[in-house]
Design a protein around this ligand. Structure first.
Ligand code: THG
Length: 274
């Protein structure tokens, strides 16, 4: 699974304090770089950056985050914002030699689709296609699948290679009731069978929002989705139990030839103490 490290997000709370938001507001480069590096060391292929809680100054904050994160790591950045000004400033500051950028995200909302698409084409980026449109986010899985289908065909027609399109079926919190994993799995299964070249991604930690002992829900959700072919996850790569379960699930799904990745983790002592 392609791991997108989620920890540089101003909405994240530690003991009910918005600690990341404070780091960004105070322009604490050292603290942000530590977070970026520890996520790279834990196996992230991308570092997600999100300054969405800032009511003013999000564009400058995302530009600053781009500069400090790329100074600390060799992996590319996933730009997590619906704000075109923020995306523009951050992409302008981005050092392309780090690799193909990831734009998080485009939707089928009329305005957002038309303002974000030019960045995707110009940058030849990967892009997350969120299954929502002008009617909002539909709880019904078959409606979200319809939106995802439209996004895939519109993006493909606009010239985005299928391999760069990551459909995000949207992860609902389990506290909202219903069958969140079953809905997610049915969208994943349909996308993978209808569009074999298209990728899938999910922000798996959303599932446990507002719940106690969140890590068990996050891990179970990740494994269930992996079973339906999920290609990428926006997750906390510093959650060792989650990373161990991903490695185990990938071996069991035949996505780790000769279990080489799993065995290597064992040799490195990764599972000790878990
Ligand atoms: N899809 C896509 N992008 C996303 C998401 C998604 N980006 C953001 C989010 N969802 C994924 N990242 C996180 C980062 C942190 C947390 C959850 C998901 C988290 N947050 C704190 C918490 O819940 O305690 C604080 C949140 C708050 O209180 O506002 O754990 O689904 N494409």
């Amino acid at each position: 699974m392609l791991i997108v490290g989620e920890r540089i997000n101003t909405s994240r709370k530690v003991k009910s304090e918005r600690v990341i938001e404070a780091m960004v507001v105070n322009r604490d480069a050292e603290a942000i770089q530590k977070l970026a590096k520890s996520q790279q060391d834990a196996g992230s292929a991308y570092i997600d950056i999100n300054a969405g809680t800032l009511t003013s100054g999000e564009p400058e904050a995302l530009e600053w985050l781009t500069q400090v994160v790329q100074e600390a790591v060799t992996v590319p950045i996933c730009f997590d914002t619906p704000n075109p000004q923020a995306l523009e400033l951050a992409l302008a500051a981005y050092d392309r030699s780090k690799g193909q950028p990831f734009i998080n995200s485009i939707t089928a909302e009329t305005d957002r689709y038309s303002t974000i698409l030019p960045f995707v084409l110009e940058q030849k980026s990967k892009v997350i296609a969120l299954a929502m449109d002008d009617t909002g986010i539909q709880p019904d899985a078959s409606k979200r699948l319809d939106v995802a289908r439209k996004l895939v065909s519109d993006l493909a027609a606009a010239g985005v290679p299928l391999a760069d399109i990551y459909v995000d079926p949207l992860t609902f919190p389990i506290g909202s009731g219903g069958d969140v994993a079953i809905a997610m799995m049915s969208v994943l299964e349909a996308i993978k069978s209808e569009f074999p070249g298209v990728q899938t991604i999910a922000g798996l930690s959303n599932v446990s929002h507002g719940m106690p002992a969140r890590k068990f829900l996050n891990s179970a959700m990740t494994v269930l989705c992996l079973g339906k072919g999920l290609d990428a996850g926006i997750i906390d790569p510093n959650d060792k139990m989650l990373m161990a379960l991903i490695a185990a699930a990938e071996a069991l799904m035949g996505r780790d030839e000769y279990c080489a990745g799993y065995i290597k983790l064992h040799r490195k002592g990764f599972f000790e103490g878990l």
